[in-house]
Design a protein around this ligand. Structure first.
Ligand code: SF4
Length: 287
């Protein structure tokens, strides 16, 4: 890529479907089928363009039957492989354990509340909290780096202190806390979920950092994420968070376009401060 500040990571969202329907989901779902061959080409293209990390994200990657092939290929061509999953289709079997241990550098799981009541309300799915607890138990003591993702909105913000206690006992490798961001399809949830950035920061401060020994905590305000990394869908269409209007995505082009690298460089700029300095476990600071 021509710009040394160009992003080095990209997200590929599987935008065909998802087993959950979180009301604040930002993924614009369509009906296009997922092609193993096309997805493989998209991943290779990212590597050729100079990206060194890929995140496979929602809708759920494990709903795609060729995910293991794609993950192995991404790893074998030298990409850092990060997979975010709601874990419903991440079945607890030896095949998946082997795949994760051998080919996935970071596995992201959602947890948005300290109880089933809070988490399941956020995810719109009764029993999902129990499922996540089961998966975390299954993953415990395996050689897999776990990142727990928490969306904070006005609905669960008052639970942060209790969630912090739970998280310290779960002790994942990383805990990423995201302010709800009404962007794209997530706008429809704004009336119930909107959370001012100052309110978000104030409530983050109730987390008792002394309870954490081995977990890196990463705090992400909504706006800090704007135009810092490209978001692809499984067809290879590239988007970024739009500058204006502020609550939508901007279509950049197709990942195979000859000028896509320059376009991404111009639009995305450099990685955000929270991510450059995101791993704060050693000094216990929260950004
Ligand atoms: S936020 Fe994730 S799990 Fe929820 S509906 Fe969107 S893609 Fe699915």
């Amino acid at each position: 890529m021509s710009n040394i500040e160009s992003p080095k990571r990209a997200i590929i969202n599987f935008t065909k479907k998802c087993a959950l329907s979180c009301e604040w989901c930002y993924v614009p779902f369509g009906s296009q089928s997922i092609s193993k061959e096309l997805l493989s080409s998209v991943v290779k293209r990212l590597r050729d363009l100079g990206f060194d990390s890929v995140t496979f994200g929602g809708g759920d990657p494990f709903q795609f039957k060729h995910l293991d092939f794609i993950i192995k290929e991404a790893k074998e061509i030298g990409l850092f492989v990060h997979v975010d999953t709601h874990a419903i289709t991440l079945l607890e079997n030896q095949k998946n354990a082997g795949l994760l241990e051998s080919y996935v550098d970071l596995l992201g799981l959602p947890l948005d509340g300290s109880t089933g009541e809070v988490h399941d309300r956020m995810r719109g799915s009764t029993g999902h909290y129990e499922l996540i607890m089961s998966r975390l138990n299954w993953l415990r003591d395996r050689s897999i780096s776990i990142k727990i993702n928490t969306i904070i909105s006005s609905i669960n913000v008052s639970d942060l202190k209790e969630l912090g206690k739970l998280m310290s006992s779960l002790s994942p490798n990383r805990w990423s806390i995201y302010q709800y961001w009404p962007v794209g399809p997530a706008r429809k949830a704004a009336s119930e979920n909107a959370l001012d950035v100052n309110q978000f920061r104030e409530n983050i401060s109730v987390i008792n950092l002394k309870e954490f020994n081995n977990t890196v905590i990463e705090v992400n305000t909504a706006e800090s994420r704007r135009k810092t990394y490209p978001i692809l869908n499984h067809l290879g269409e590239v988007y970024v968070h739009h500058e204006y209007p502020v609550d939508d995505f901007e279509f950049v082009g197709q990942i195979f376009d000859t000028n896509i690298s320059d376009k991404i460089s111009v639009l995305c700029g450099q990685e955000r401060r929270e991510v450059v300095a995101r791993y704060i476990a050693t000094d216990k600071r929260v950004n």
